[in-house]
Design a protein around this ligand. Structure first.
Ligand SMILES: [Zn+2]
Length: 898
């Protein structure tokens, strides 16, 4: 993505005539605009040079930046290391660096090959699931920001002239302190009131935005549902479950009493619903001519939830019945989206789209282009790219009017999971800051709860509306790439119609100057948003990292989990552009390069690890820096991850979904997604599954815990099939799913505890066992502790609800193969994946991705997919009417006639 064109400052804010009228791109959010007079991508003046000194001509390759010349303080020198309190830590849940010490020069950065960047989750919840952050109201003082680059005041600025001026830690400008914000400095040059002011003592704060930060009144939270009512939606039970989930969450929708509600349904036609509070019964407006969507009164279709609650309840009650006899197989999703857009465009908000088949009619109809023979070949990645650009174009329009799309794609179970073309559809959520959900082989008894939990979560979680985010970095470093779901405006403003507690963004950075003049690098992410209660807020996260010329220090500061998160996000783009093979090769090569270069600068200092990695460490050649010890393992795991792996058994929709998930994953979840947790439940200690006693000092207790109650997890074992013994029961967690593996000779008492009293699982269906497990009827210590572990893991992972799937020893179904894909330390069956951990270590240590050992031939066909062409009718819609109104009874009566 081109991020370097010269930046034009936006025009001054204008005041639109009516509430909620949509501002144009350039008018929106002038407050987050880049600096006056030009900006690099990180919001600092890219082509800016201090007026009196040319720092680039006076490099300090060995030092920590230029020394101050007494009496000749440069106008735009950056705060010195000695002036910055680096003890102030931001909660890493918000922002994490790949390295916590920054190489001082371009050459040094290139020598280590370490990707520089941060992973940001601006609205992350704390360990107890709360949205806790200090809120600051500057009141009459106004928000304190750098006059030049617009950086928000933060703990890493320096104070001068006895507190009358502060120096910006991003661009170096000296700013005056207004009299109302003035305070004296202490003997260390820090403000005396520092600890009373969260913005000076905490890396993360939320600022109350005054009027000039609004170009229209803050929008109310709007929830508009676009729901498929065609045959596959009705027959699979999806419609009924969706309606039930909406009903269940209506009271919990944020923003009461301003929350607005709307509903559009579709099959081969599009149906709108009037919810005027004065109506006794809701009115249905059917629009059969999807080529010319006629929408008379959009204002009655988006209503205040509280005022129209009765009529909304009435409709939701009747909706499943209205369509229960339908035989309509078609899906006019595109026209429904166009209609929904017209309803929402004046305000914006969250659009929640539920569909049960590939769109077949009207704008945005898709083709059954899945070609299973192309899997594992060079043609595979074409299916991972959109064929139809309609959804991307629409998404950009949506983003402009502050609509975010959460897309629930449900492929009902059948002989073969139907193809939906997620690669084309996903643009809808990707460019609007939304989420994609996918339920392949959907069966209500198996997947209904997952759908309900996930939909309920996106409806009720903390959400910021009409948001934009800008990332700034200290002069000398520039943003080179963003990852995540957003649309970029100008050069560096991320437009996020919605931003939620789960939204995650990767930011890659690079040196913009041969030598850094800064001794501390700061990165500041500022998210301007409207809270669901209608307050305009700016959430500001600032992290600081010292600059060093000593590369050992840089290498010793690597956060391998953040590094892998960013590496994966970068390689996902490679996979889409040039193919999965190329992405895997690049990953392996990057790992080998990193090890080679870092080994040259580092001395090996082995550190003990309490988990099950000791055996692996012994396999490692001496000389790998301790911070990178796990990099080869994680890299190999990524090449075998469902997002990147080769072979012919990952269908394009599933692959697209997994790639999309990876691209929006936070570091804690990606750690498990890359290298899952495998626990032996049959031999777990007596303390596993119990909360760590509060009396015990948790800092000295090495046992990993999870969840709000700090449930102690069992010891993790290696991810190898060799670990599975027939007497065993194992739990595998990979950040998005849970698997229970049950051995053929597992202890009957343990089986009975987990599966509703069954002492043998022979012949039992995995789906039935999973249900029995979820019901959790059995009492007793063992059952309670296993359920506590499952619950704790669910609390840790909020990206997706962790559904338990049960796989018995010897099973060969879809669940079994998706479980076994997680055993990344074993040889995989695809070409290029046939190495185990020891062999991979040898390969990357030799420095390359070539010469794979243990050739086992090309990837064989597994799963035996048949060509999945749809057979649904593609008939046009014979109708001369533009639209007509029907009662609920008439709708019921008209179904089943086609
Ligand atoms: Zn500045």
């Amino acid at each position: 993505m081109g991020l370097r064109p010269p930046h034009q400052p936006p025009p001054p804010p204008t005041h639109p005539p009516s509430p909620y009228s949509q501002p144009s791109h350039a008018q929106q959010h002038p407050d987050l605009a880049g600096p006056q007079g030009g900006s690099g991508p990180a919001g600092y003046p890219g082509h800016y040079r201090p007026p009196s000194m040319d720092y680039t001509g006076a490099p300090h390759p060995q030092g920590m930046g230029p020394s101050p010349v007494p009496g000749m303080e440069a106008a735009n020198q950056l705060p010195m290391l000695s002036e910055v309190d680096l003890s102030i830590a931001s909660d890493p849940r918000f922002m994490r660096f790949t390295v916590s010490k920054i190489p001082n020069s371009q050459n040094n950065a290139a020598a280590t090959k370490l990707p520089l960047g941060v992973v940001i989750q601006p609205m992350a919840l704390d360990a107890s699931g709360q949205d806790s952050i200090d809120v600051v109201n500057f009141g009459a003082t106004g928000i304190v920001r750098c006059k030049k680059c617009r950086t928000y005041i933060n703990p890493f600025v320096s104070w001068h002239d006895a507190g009358r001026r502060w120096r910006c830690n991003v661009c170096g400008t000296l700013n005056d302190v207004s009299s109302s914000y003035f305070n004296h400095l202490d003997e260390h040059g820090q403000r005396r009131d520092k600890h009373e002011r969260p913005e000076l003592s905490n890396g993360s704060v939320e600022l109350v935005a005054p009027g000039e930060y609004m170009v229209r009144p803050p929008q109310p939270p709007v929830y508009l549902f676009v729901v498929d009512v065609s045959y596959s939606s009705v027959a699979s039970g999806l419609l009924a479950r969706t309606v039930e989930t909406i009903k269940k969450n209506l009271d919990a929708l944020p923003g009461d009493p301003r929350t607005q509600f709307g509903l559009v349904t579709f099959d081969s036609t599009v149906h709108f619903y009037h919810f005027k509070p004065s109506l006794k019964m809701p009115q249905v407006l059917v629009v059969p001519d999807i080529s010319e969507l006629f929408l008379p009164l959009p204002e009655d279709m988006l209503v205040n939830l509280k005022e129209s609650r009765e009529v909304i309840d009435l409709l939701l009650e009747s909706l499943p019945e209205m369509y229960e006899k339908t035989r309509n197989m078609d899906s006019a999703l595109g026209p429904a989206l166009t209609g929904a857009y017209r309803v929402m465009a004046p305000v914006g908000g969250k659009m929640c789209v539920v569909l049960a088949s590939m769109p077949t009619l009207g704008d945005g109809r898709l083709k059954p282009r899945e070609e299973l023979r192309a899997l594992g070949t060079e043609r595979e990645h074409a299916m991972l790219n959109p064929e139809e650009s309609w959804y991307r174009t629409k998404a950009v329009e949506f983003s402009r009017v502050q609509i975010s799309v959460d897309l629930f794609c449900v492929a009902p179970a059948g002989q073969q999971t139907p193809f939906m073309d997620l690669a084309s559809l996903t643009a809808l959520s990707k460019f609007t800051g939304g989420n994609l959900f996918y339920y392949p082989g959907f069966a209500m008894e198996k997947d209904g709860r997952k759908l309900e939990e996930e939909m309920g979560r996106i409806l009720t979680r903390p959400t910021g509306f009409e948001a934009v985010m800008r990332v700034r970095a200290t002069r000398g470093l520039k943003v080179t790439q963003f990852y995540g779901n957003y649309y970029i405006r100008g050069t560096d403003l991320l437009a996020l119609p919605n931003c939620s507690s789960e939204s995650v963004f990767g930011v890659e950075m690079a040196h913009d100057e041969a030598f850094l003049t800064a001794s501390v690098i700061c990165v500041q992410a500022a998210l301007l948003h409207t809270t669901s209660s209608g307050e305009r807020r700016i959430r500001v996260h600032t992290v600081a990292a010292p600059v060093t010329a000593v590369l050992q220090e840089v290498i010793a500061s690597v956060d391998v989990d953040t590094l892998c998160n960013l590496m994966a996000k970068r390689m996902l783009e490679v996979a889409l552009k040039t193919g999965l093979d190329a992405a895997r090769h690049r990953l392996t090569q990057l790992c080998a390069d990193l090890l080679r270069s870092c080994r040259a600068f580092s001395t090996h200092q082995p550190q003990g690890r309490a988990s099950g990695y000791q055996q692996q460490q012994q396999q490692q050649p001496a000389g790998i820096p301790s911070t990178l010890e796990l990099l080869p393992l994680y890299t190999m795991a990524m090449t075998k991850n469902v997002a990147f792996r080769g072979g012919t058994d990952i269908r394009p929709d599933l692959r697209t979904y997994m790639m999309q998930l990876f691209s929006v994953m936070n570091v804690a979840t990606s750690r498990a997604f890359i290298h899952p947790n495998l626990f032996a439940l049959h031999t777990m200690g007596n303390e596993a599954g119990l909360p760590v006693p509060p009396s015990k000092d948790s800092s000295t207790d090495e046992a990993p815990t999870a969840g709000r109650q700090k449930i102690r997890l069992p010891v993790a074992v290696n991810l190898s099939g060799e670990r599975f013994v027939s007497e065993g029961i194992y739990l595998l967690e990979n950040g998005i799913s849970l698997y229970l593996w049950v051995g053929a000779r597992a202890d009957p008492r343990q089986l009975a505890a987990l599966f509703g009293g069954m002492t043998s699982v022979e012949g039992a269906d995995g789906g039935v066992l999973a249900q029995l497990f979820e019901e959790g009827k059995e009492e007793g210590d063992y059952a309670r502790r296993v359920h506590a572990i499952v619950q704790a893991l669910r609390e840790e992972r909020s990206l997706r609800w962790l559904q338990v799937q049960v796989v018995k020893e010897g099973d060969a179904g879809l669940e079994a193969s998706s479980l076994y894909r997680n055993l990344v330390e074993d040889r995989a069956a695809f070409s290029g994946g046939q190495y185990n951990y020891a062999e991979f270590m040898g390969m990357v240590s030799r420095g390359g991705g070539g010469g794979m050992p243990g050739g086992m031939g090309g990837g064989g066909t597994r799963g035996g997919w048949r060509d999945g062409r749809r057979t649904s009718a593609w008939n046009g819609i014979p109708s001369t009417l533009k639209c007509y109104e029907m009662t609920i009874e008439e709708i019921k009566g008209s179904q089943g006639k086609e």
